[in-house]
Design a protein around this ligand. Structure first.
Ligand code: 5GP
Ligand code: ZN
Length: 114
């Protein structure tokens, strides 16, 4: 997608600190971390938000969680705990219109979020 920051990160136009990559997903460090461990996991396919998710994308989203399971081991937060969040739309606080999952850990996280 033209003008999508995350599509530009996927195609290398914008640099990122990669954590994991395969044919379906990319993971990289969030530029503005909210926790000691804060990475984003995104599908390589441009999907604007969860509202635009199609049945055919189901395998991509389940793959995101399988990948997250491995990344938390790399980050050393498997035992201490972590949170995976996806923001959708204005009230959800979504600022980048390309589906992404925040993986946060490395400190005690508050609940409910503000
Ligand atoms: P949202 O607010 O849409 O849920 O999350 C977007 C996230 O993307 C934010 O946490 C923000 O810090 C991160 N972000 C925005 N632009 C860039 C960028 O160019 N590079 C990286 N690594 N993260 C970004
Ligand atoms: Zn995109």
């Amino acid at each position: 997608m033209d003008n999508c920051i995350f599509c530009k990160i996927i195609n290398g136009e914008i640099p990122s600190q990669k954590v994991y990559e395969d044919e379906l997903v990319l993971s990289f460090k969030d530029i503005n971390p909210e926790a000691p461990a804060h990475v984003l996991i995104i599908p390589k396919k441009h999907i604007s938000s969860l509202n635009e998710l199609e049945k055919e994308d189901e395998h991509i989203i389940s793959h995101v969680f399988m990948v997250a399971k491995e990344i938390v081991k790399e980050l050393g937060i498997e035992k201490s705990g972590y949170r995976i969040v996806t923001n959708c739309g204005e009230d959800g606080g979504q600022t980048v219109p390309h589906v992404h999952f925040h993986l946060l850990g490395g400190r005690s996280l508050q609940w409910p979020p503000g």
